[in-house]
Write a protein that binds this ligand. Structure first.
Ligand code: NDP
Length: 619
């Protein structure tokens, strides 16, 4: 592709000869009307071009259907033309862009004879040209031999690189390959431990037969088209910094590193600024979905330099999950580390969602006296209705799993692990002064589970009436606790977005969380709609109604669990949060009075304007 006079036909013919492929001159697909129009010196309109582009696309589609390749010379000046040319063969098409200045091409045009396009139309060609983001650029001032050599080299290079073939990296690599992306894969070499990891992985999966495997960073980088697009799926933290130092010498200006690990959003901003000093782009990208999601379609949350993102957008969109309308569960989130920030909050919300299910399970098991199969059935039924969520679905499955006639859940050690994102969410919420009490409770529940072995064993000695709690009450209590968790999570996102001027779109964030990610649910689909017109879930009429309607159920759930001496910190937090919404009950005034008493910290009064502070001599 390129403007008229850039030498597409000459290069195309020579390439077709060299590669033994059929050559198609785009000009030959023009209708008589188009040729007459151009010959009369009139530029073609979009409408004139569509039929022409469609006929080229049909010819290309036929080639693909016949499992053949071919070379087409076509100006393809606008992005929408290239999209049309790629219709149904998006993964099969490679664009080579012959790039040159108007002066150089003008001189060539003036020297040409017998071509139906007069050289004065060049201006209109340049005005129409939208330079491609995803094409191999060839400098047309080079000699034909050099251009052929360069084109051949470039089309044999991989489009996309991936580093780190652990659980997530392997699944993402297979997902990319299944979507027709030409890949280079890298995994580090560690003597006697990590040897030829990439090569062995490629050998064991058919879909990777055109991928290249490396354990030498320089060779890996050299195998990639520029600007290089390299997805890092390695251990987050200091390992990511160390790896950046190792790969940096082999990168060049304009290359793009995409960090898909669970990095802290402040680290992402630091890395972004650091790499920008060398003209390198760093796109911090949240990825959610676990091993299976990464393979079949994760939710992807990229942020950073918007122009650099344009270069990688089509790769991420290809592998992302799809929402209910077929949209990609991947969207440009915003500047800086905002993608990693929302991934962090996603994980925080996930902690509370998981803990709530664990607490509901505890009540049904130890208060209502149901066995795991029976609880699984209840979860299964709930999952067929409004409470539907991925986490509920997998919990229903978990509860039926048996090993040697025993439920596996009863064999699993009662200690919850964590990798830090819940901690980061809690720290961020406390730094920002935002209540994320449900997430915090869920996080501390995990911490308590790991230390309680060392504590005193206090068995239950309370005699309580073991009347089971009505399942309708349990379901509504659980529904309300989930709403409150999401209200707090999105509240944190909104506050941080305002603080950093990120202008994050809450509805769009909810949309990309409706599929692919761990917290996908029917509630999330509703939240996407609520945020189209509201900024806080508490401003949504349906939410307010559910709070009023389910409040008593949440209270009864907590009372029943407390009577049965069950630890339910997350549900209690939810109930406490509801109680703080009752504006007739006051406790913070007591705090202010105490602060003023011992520290002269002053207080505001309800009978004076806000912002005016008073001090009392208390005794
Ligand atoms: P794994 O532990 O399975 O894989 C980690 C990968 O990082 C391996 O390829 C490992 O290489 C590589 N690695 C570790 N240390 C270094 C180093 N110093 N230099 C170069 N490479 C290194 O982890 P996951 O695949 O689960 O996770 C990868 C990233 O994705 C993490 O940041 C994680 O937080 C994030 N993530 C994980 C999700 C999940 O569900 N598991 C979901 C979303 C994000 P080697 O094999 O040679 O040790």
């Amino acid at each position: 592709m390129g403007v008229s006079g850039s030498g597409k036909t000459t290069l195309g013919l020579q390439l077709s000869e060299k590669l033994g492929l059929e050559f198609y001159d785009g000009d030959h697909f023009h209708s008589e009307t188009n040729i007459a129009k151009m010959s009369a010196g009139n530029p073609l309109t979009d409408e004139d071009r569509f039929e022409w582009l469609e006929s080229i696309n049909e010819a290309a589609q036929k080639l693909v259907a016949d499992k053949k390749s071919g070379i087409f010379a076509c100006s393809a000046l606008k992005e929408k033309y290239r999209i049309l040319l790629s219709k149904n063969i998006e993964n099969e098409i490679v664009f080579v862009y012959l790039k040159g200045t108007k002066d150089v091409i003008q001189a060539r045009m003036n020297a040409r004879k017998g071509h139906f396009m007069p050289s004065q139309l060049l201006d209109s060609q340049f005005n129409t040209l939208e330079e491609p983001q995803n094409a191999h650029e060839i400098d047309l001032t080079k000699s034909p031999e050099e251009m052929i050599q360069e084109t051949l080299e470039k089309i044999s290079l991989s489009e996309f690189g991936l580093v780190g073939l652990g659980v997530m990296g392997k699944s993402l690599a297979r997902n990319l390959a299944n979507n027709g992306v030409q890949l280079s894969l890298f995994n580090r070499f560690v003597e006697d431990k990590e040897v030829k990891v990439a090569e062995k992985f490629i050998e064991s999966h058919d879909e990777l037969n055109s991928a290249k495997g490396f354990e030498d960073l320089e060779k890996f980088c050299k195998s990639l088209q520029t600007p290089r697009k390299i997805f890092l799926m390695i251990k987050a933290g200091v390992e990511t910094d160390e790896f950046i130092e190792k790969i940096k010498p082999y990168l060049q200006k304009g290359d793009i590193l995409i960090d898909g690990g669970n990095s802290h959003f402040k680290d992402t901003k630091r890395r972004m600024d650091y790499l920008a000093e060398s003209g390198l782009h760093f796109i911090g990208t949240g990825v959610s979905g676990g091993e299976e999601g990464a393979l079949k379609g994760p939710s992807i949350m990229p942020s950073g330099d918007a122009a650099a993102y344009k270069n990688i957008e089509r790769f991420l969109n290809k592998i992302a999950a799809k929402d209910k309308n077929g949209g990609n569960c991947c969207t440009y989130i915003g500047p800086d580390g905002s993608g990693h920030f929302i991934k962090m909050v996603h994980n925080g919300v996930e902690y509370a969602e998981m803990q709530q299910i664990a607490e509901v399970y505890a009540l049904l098991r130890y208060k209502n006296g149901l066995n795991p199969d029976e609880i699984s059935e209840i979860f299964h039924q709930w999952n067929a209705g409004e409470l539907k969520s991925y986490l509920l679905e997998i919990s229903a499955k978990i509860l039926t799993k048996k090993e040697n006639e025993k439920w596996l859940i009863d064999i699993i050690l009662d200690q919850a692990g964590n990798k830090g994102t819940g901690n980061w969410t809690t720290v961020t919420a406390t730094e920002m002064g935002i209540p994320a009490t449900l997430i915090t409770s869920a996080l501390f529940a995990r911490y308590v589970s790991t230390v309680r072995e060392k504590y005193l064993n206090v068995p239950s000695n309370t005699e309580f009436e073991s009347k089971p709690l009505d399942l309708g009450i349990v379901a509504k209590a659980y529904a309300l606790a989930r709403i409150l968790n999401h209200q707090q999570g999105f509240g944190l996102i909104k506050t941080v977005s305002d603080e950093y001027n990120w202008s994050l779109n809450l509805s769009e964030i909810a949309r990309i969380w409706t599929n692919g990610c761990i917290i996908r649910s029917t509630l999330m689909e509703n939240i996407q709609e609520y945020f189209e017109s509201a900024e806080d879930l508490f401003d949504v009429i349906e939410i307010k109604q559910q709070i009023v309607e389910f409040k008593g159920d949440l209270k009864r759930f907590c009372i029943a669990a407390m009577e049965a001496e069950l630890p339910i910190p997350c549900m209690i937090s939810a109930n406490d949060y509801i109680n703080t919404l009752n504006q007739d009950v006051h406790t913070a005034n007591m705090i202010q009075a105490q602060r003023d008493f011992f520290g002269a910290h002053t207080y505001q009064r309800i009978d004076a304007e806000r912002g005016k502070f008073f001090h009392t001599i208390w005794e």
